[in-house]
Design a protein around this ligand. Structure first.
Ligand code: PNS
Length: 177
């Protein structure tokens, strides 16, 4: 019997309810789903890799065919290393389509054995993105219902301990200068 292993790659900075929805859907159709966090040395993420791993692990613990990992470099190389034959990506709206199509076709060119599978999250999450969650949370807005409770709590802690003091420092420097 063929076991289909899929990877679900992304930045997950932070994990949203849209991601969780997609993980749930993916875990129902694939034998094994590996949520793979990109380690990108060029990006300055809000949450460290360890923090993202911890949150994703906690949120997927109940799904026995889901595991969480991280990768660096080309996604297709990582997929081959873990014997994946599919890549799961979410499409929220038409606006996602162009970028996702380009990436899927480029990945196919790089590795024809790997198939990209698109799934749609629940409509309730069609306008949701990690970028907007970061922006809303940084500006003091509520992200309740958009991210898991654990992520909401971690966002609040992070903003109090790291982001807020940095912003205050920047405002003070601007006032002086
Ligand atoms: O969460 P994101 O930013 O939508 O995820 C994008 C991701 C991680 C899937 C993409 O940037 C990626 O696969 N990066 C790894 C480098 C790579 O393989 N690049 C070639 C893409 S065609």
């Amino acid at each position: 019997m063929i076991r289909v292993i899929a990877i679900y790659p992304g930045s997950f900075d932070p994990l949203t309810n849209g991601h969780v929805d997609l993980i749930d859907r993916g875990s129902k159709i694939f034998d094994e789903l590996i949520v793979a966090i990109l380690r990108n040395p060029e990006k300055d993420p809000l949450f460290s890799l360890d923090e993202r791993l911890e949150m994703l692990q906690a949120m997927t613990l109940h799904r026995k065919n889901v595991r969480v990992d991280s990768f660096e470099g080309l996604m297709v190389d990582y997929a081959m290393r873990v014997n994946a034959s599919a890549v799961l990506r979410g499409i929220r709206a038409i606006s996602d389509y162009e970028y996702e199509l380009q990436m899927a076709l480029m990945n196919r060119k790089l590795e024809p054995r790997l198939e990209t599978v698109f799934m749609m999250p629940a409509e309730a999450y069609s306008y949701l993105s990690s970028r907007l969650v970061r922006e809303i949370a940084t500006l003091g807005g509520s992200v309740k219902g958009l991210v898991p409770d654990m992520v909401e709590r971690k966002l609040r802690e992070k903003l109090h301990s790291e982001v807020k003091p940095k912003l205050e420092h920047r405002f003070k420097s601007a006032e002086k200068g």
